[in-house]
Design a binder for this molecule. Structure first.
Ligand code: GLC
Length: 746
């Protein structure tokens, strides 16, 4: 019996493998077969992505002639099927087009902005959100999203920090692979799966001055240590199907024409077999960047570097055929690009099922989707201050003033990059508070400012009157959604308009103020912090932000988020991030500040360390910071070994205790630091995190397994190595208050 079992098992495995391999083999054969029948013109057609905001006869003709490989921004499933019908039934080869869209943090059911999702430190809820977005987008015909954006972002002046997972490489890796898994599902060929796109390749988050579309200057070693890991893991661990090149020239070379990035690294080193798509006209703007003489030269440089699908600027359509005939671009290059594009379409199952099933039950805004969006919002909130435990309000209050331009702002609450989210479905804090707690609480609402940039103070008096009549004020301030996102960099991170003045005036009413901030980035809110009894940072929380905020404020749920990005005190401190490179004269505590400098001080007397006379060095809030409704105590940091070899795994444990009176969820964070290396190492790096829920008085031993190989870094010889020597290891609830120990790698 056992022999038969083993034999059957082997047979089963063989068939399964053979089946998989034959499917793979079959796909490659089918690709070659189609390729062999394609004219050069038809091949180049596959490399063309067109914008279908307003489809017209020109577009229909392009599709019929096989001159379109992908269409973005078509948004109606009936229209998509009509366009697909032309491609499949009226073109000579019947190759389906793939419909693409920016489904960044939800399609119809909008989740928190990715920066907020990162604050949850919960990859599972991020994966769930992406899965829901994929289900909703695919039932509308979208099978390719331009997400996750995984640009490491250390500069909150850059509006696109809102779309990122923040400043840390490891956190971005974990969030990126979770989102790719969610979008692509178990099987990319399933109708509810959509191709993910790792973007923007590479270094876009490091644009000089935080000014969008600017240049970056990141040496290869920093690319490999800081910026590339999320992309590499998304490709190698989750088979991310596509990758998008970025606008920023890095050290003078636009990624859309970087052979090092697109061929040497992506293909030869990482063995990527997906599709490289440009960013919006990032091929043609290389002329403006002075990198190309004209659009023909842009097509030449991009194609020869390995850029495969050109988004909307048409240089390939206009010049590639001529370039091949002139021998400047080989047809082999074109064939390789078309193979990858056809492979994507096969993997998506588009050859078998090119049309969207319009008869199936639609799942947009389903109860389950809304529930998940609420959970994601709750877990994204970061409690920055809670003086005298004023929160949760529970049944402590009877009269509550709701004030400010973001208390009832259904459009702005969704945040940036919400093409298909509908504000009619947004549940705002005002509505949710009344609905969920209006029976026992008297809410007095004063919008006071019509929008965040509003400078009209004429309704301040009513706000102050409402405050006087209340036990507590809930003040909703922040940014309209349009003030973050693409092309929306800011040089000043103070609250816009007269929101700060409103808080100032309200504080004179002598009632506790709980400030809820909705924003797409860190803001410089030191003054507002001082004037508030509690501050909850809600980012742009999406469709269900209102019910989430209401439940957290009144204690039906609790905040557990941690900051994925450092909050500066002053915009002048930027770039300011936690994992900076060790320097020779690091700032000390209590440095001499501007007003403490003695008159006629001699030049050498101010100490010699790296800080600002007028701002010190400390951040307003550090990476990983976030309070809870309870308190946690860390003790007994223990290492399994204190000397290890490179191929061993270190086990690190700590005791975490809930020392407060509320249940709470603590994100336990593990950091390491190389004390000395062949290139100056970082002062610390996040290497692990765990969300631990504990009841009051409960304690738990939290264990991390840290393979020593995870301490590897790229050295100046461009080798990824773990260098022997001393390492520090730290555990805590943020990147500053940490239990420390050390070990040696030999
Ligand atoms: C934009 C963005 C990119 C987006 C693309 C398509 O310019 O840079 O992130 O996916 O164009 O909308």
């Amino acid at each position: 019996m056992r022999k038969l079992g083993l034999k059957t098992l082997c047979l089963f495995v063989f068939c399964a493998m053979f089946g998989y391999l034959s499917a793979q083999h079959n796909t490659e054969n089918r690709i070659e077969e189609i390729l062999s029948r394609m004219t050069l013109r038809q091949k180049i057609g596959q490399m063309n992505q067109v914008n279908a905001r307003k489809p017209d006869e020109k577009l229909y003709k392009q599709i019929r002639n096989g001159e379109v490989g992908s269409i973005l921004n078509a948004e109606d499933p009936v229209l998509l099927n009509q366009l697909q019908k032309i491609a499949v039934e009226e073109s000579s080869l019947g190759i389906p087009v793939v419909f693409a869209r920016d489904v960044i943090h939800g399609f119809k059911t909008i989740f928190p902005i990715p920066l907020g999702q990162a604050a949850s430190f919960n990859p599972e809820i991020v994966e769930t959100g992406a899965r829901i977005a994929a289900v909703e987008a695919s039932e509308n015909g979208v099978r390719w999203t331009f997400a996750p954006m995984m640009d490491i972002s250390r500069d909150p002046r850059w509006g696109r920090i809102a779309e990122s997972f923040g400043e840390d490489t490891y956190l971005s890796e974990e969030m990126a692979i979770a989102m790719v898994r969610g979008f692509q599902g178990e099987d990319l060929s399933q109708p509810s799966s959509i191709a993910a796109c790792a973007k923007h390749f590479i270094g876009y988050g490091a644009v000089e001055g935080g000014r969008d579309y600017n240049i970056s200057n990141i040496p290869e070693r920093q690319l490999r240590n800081i910026y590339l890991p999320p992309f590499e893991r998304s490709i190698k661990e989750t088979g991310c199907a596509t990758i998008m090149t970025s606008f920023n020239a890095n050290d003078g070379v636009p990624p859309s024409a970087s052979k090092f990035l697109l061929t040497d690294l992506l293909r030869d080193e990482w063995k990527f077999d997906g599709v490289v798509v440009s960013d919006w006209a990032s091929v043609s703007i290389m002329v403006t960047q002075g990198f190309c003489d004209d659009r023909k030269n842009a097509a030449l440089k991009a194609a020869n570097a390995g850029m495969e699908m050109e988004m909307v600027s048409g240089c390939y359509t206009d010049y590639l055929e001529q370039l091949v005939k002139e021998g400047k671009v080989s047809e082999k290059t074109i064939d390789n690009a078309v193979r990858n594009i056809l492979r994507l379409k096969y993997r998506l199952g588009l050859f078998e099922k090119p049309y969207t099933d319009l008869t199936s039950e639609r799942k947009v805004y389903s109860e389950a989707h809304l529930r998940a969006a609420k959970q994601a919002a709750e877990e994204s909130f970061v409690l920055l201050k809670n003086q005298n435990n004023i929160l949760p309000l529970g049944n402590k209050v009877k009269n509550v003033a709701i004030i400010g331009p973001l208390a009832d702002a259904p459009h702005d609450q969704m945040g940036t990059w919400c093409f298909d989210g509908e504000k009619e479905h947004t549940q705002t804090p005002l509505n949710a508070l009344k609905k969920q707690f209006g029976e026992n609480v008297n809410f007095i609402y004063e919008q006071t400012l019509a929008f965040s940039r509003d400078r009209d103070k004429s309704r301040f008096a009513q706000a102050i009157e409402a405050a006087k009549q209340s036990d507590v004020v809930l003040l909703f301030v922040g940014e309209e959604s349009i003030l973050s996102g693409e092309a929306h960099s800011l040089a000043d991170l103070d609250l816009v308009g007269v929101q700060s003045e409103l808080l100032e005036e309200l504080s004179k009413a002598g009632k506790p103020i709980i400030t809820i901030v909705m924003a797409g980035r860190p803001l410089t809110i030191a003054k507002e912090m001082a004037q508030s009894s509690a501050v909850l940072y809600a980012w742009h929380p999406g469709t269900m932000g209102g019910p989430a905020i209401a439940d957290v404020l009144f204690g039906k749920s609790y905040p557990s988020g941690k900051l994925p990005v450092t909050f500066p005190r002053y915009v002048g401190q930027i770039p300011l991030y936690y994992n900076y490179e060790r320097i020779g004269r690091p700032a000390k505590k209590n440095e001499v500040l501007l007003n403490d400098i003695p008159l006629e001080a001699k030049q050498s007397s101010l100490g010699n360390t790296s800080y600002y006379l007028d701002a010190g060095f400390d951040a307003l809030f550090d990476f990983g910071y976030g309070l809870s409704y309870t308190t946690f105590e860390y003790s007994d940091l223990v290492l399994s070994k204190y000397t290890l070899t490179k191929d061993e795994t270190l086990q690190v444990s700590v005791i975490l205790k809930n020392t407060g009176s509320h249940e709470g969820c603590e994100v336990v964070q593990l950091y390491t630091a190389d004390v000395a290396a062949s290139a100056s190492p970082l002062v610390k790096e996040l290497k692990g995190f765990k969300r631990i829920i504990l009841k009051p008085g409960e304690q738990k031993k939290v264990i991390f397994e840290l393979p020593i190989e995870k301490l590897a870094f790229w050295n100046t010889q461009m080798e990824k190595v773990v260098e022997p020597g001393k390492f520090e290891i730290m555990i805590g609830g943020n990147s500053v208050d940490l239990l420390k120990s050390s070990f040696v790698v030999n």
